[in-house]
Design a protein. Structure first.
Length: 392
């Protein structure tokens, strides 16, 4: 019901009073006509509201961030009386800038379809559907509302992944694990095999060679390849909601690019996520990259522990690591010193600062880290992902 209904009701009461006071048939006819209009208007809106059927169709439920997805909505109702329009309030991906209200005028007993492009500007998992249905009669007297809450489509928006150069971690030559390999007993081979052209003569097992009368070489256990540790700041971001979403997207896309580049080169990757519900993702080969993409799609930036504490904890678990990648939206002296400590421990270190700030103090820290051998890069969250040039 709206203001027009109140005006119409007041006019109807006035006409009925005039009919009763004058006894004129004209006023009775006018009053009866207005009453029938009101009843039919209400019935048309009510029957349409509860007989309406709404359906969805989408070609896929998994897209990459910034992509647009065609979505088709079909509406059908069984009310023979005419109505003005049906208004659908939609549940859409956050801050999609897509109009969240659709207006459809379907014919009775016929299915009307509407197709439009759904924008997906931020990574995450969203429930897409219809929240509310509104129906208005042809005279505009009644607008009835029905809560539907049909969010039957689960839409997954994954981070984009850029191609970047991998950290070159030679087996056994980087990180604390190199100290352990220096104590290997080279006189204790794991097995023996036939000589292959190119084998060093130092590996020849001369006693077995003389016994079998063919060249036999010792085969040593190959050192496991060092892993890459990706440490991403999952703490709450102090910014407007839209800016925070941009920063989250940039951080996840940098982490995804690093993980992909390392797995492509055959280096194992570990990625602890210190959100309110901590999670650690690990992978050995390119086939495991899906785990990282899923985790970065669903991760929440609601960590309660300071990032400095997270870095301190991870530095105690670097025995198998040959490289570390730090991704943060805040940069201070403690984080800078932690990166330098990792570098002094023999790791190859990268630091990505996700910010569009030009603070002189932070820029000075980046220059200091670069001169000490740490790869540093400032990534603007406002820049399109294709223009970030992470490879440089």
């Amino acid at each position: 019901m709206n203001r027009r209904w109140l005006v119409f009701l007041l006019a109807l009461v006035t006409v009925l009073l005039a009919a009763l006071s004058t006894g004129s048939m004209f006023y009775y006819v006018i009053g009866a006509t207005m009453a029938v209009m009101m009843v039919l208007s209400f019935l048309s809106a009510l029957v349409t509201l509860y007989s309406a059927q709404i359906g969805f169709q989408m070609p896929t439920v998994t897209v990459r961030r910034t992509e647009s997805l065609p979505m088709q909505i079909s509406v059908r109702h069984r009310c023979p009386l005419p109505v003005a329009a049906l208004y659908l309030t939609l549940s859409l991906p956050e801050d999609s800038s897509t109009v969240d209200e659709l207006v459809i005028s379907p014919r009775p007993f016929f299915t009307t379809s509407l197709r439009y492009m759904l924008k997906c500007p931020h990574r995450g998992v969203y429930q897409v559907g219809v929240d509310t249905l509104w129906v208005s009669d042809v005279f505009g007297l009644f607008t009835l509302r029905r809560v539907i809450n049909d969010r039957s489509i689960v839409l997954t928006v994954q981070p984009n992944v850029a191609d970047i150069a991998a950290l070159d971690l030679a087996s056994g030559e980087n990180g604390p694990e190199s100290l352990a390999h220096n104590t290997d007993d080279m006189s204790s081979p794991s097995s023996v095999r036939a000589y292959v052209e190119g084998d060093s003569l130092k590996k020849v097992h001369w006693k077995l060679t003389m016994r079998k009368r063919e060249l036999i070489v010792r085969q040593y256990e190959e050192a496991a390849r060092p892993d890459t540790l990706i440490i991403m700041d999952c703490g709450t971001i102090s910014a407007t909601r839209e800016m925070a979403l941009d920063v989250e997207d940039a951080m996840c896309e940098v982490a995804a690019a690093v993980a992909l580049s390392q797995l492509k080169e055959g280096f194992p990757v570990r990625m602890p996520l210190s959100s309110a519900q901590p999670l650690e993702v690990s992978g050995q080969s390119l086939a495991d990259f899906g785990r990282f993409l899923t985790a970065l799609t669903e991760v929440k930036f609601d960590g309660e522990n300071p990032f400095e504490s997270v870095l301190e904890l991870e530095t105690r678990r670097l025995m198998r690591s040959g490289g570390a990648v730090i991704i943060t939206q805040r940069l201070n002296t403690q984080i800078s010193d932690m990166a330098l400590r990792m570098k002094r421990n023999g790791l190859k270190v990268r630091l990505y600062w996700i910010s569009d700030s030009q603070r002189q103090e932070a820029l000075t820290m980046l220059m200091r880290l670069a001169t000490m051998g740490v790869y540093v890069k400032r990534v603007s969250p406002l820049c399109d992902w294709k223009e970030r040039n992470l490879a440089s």
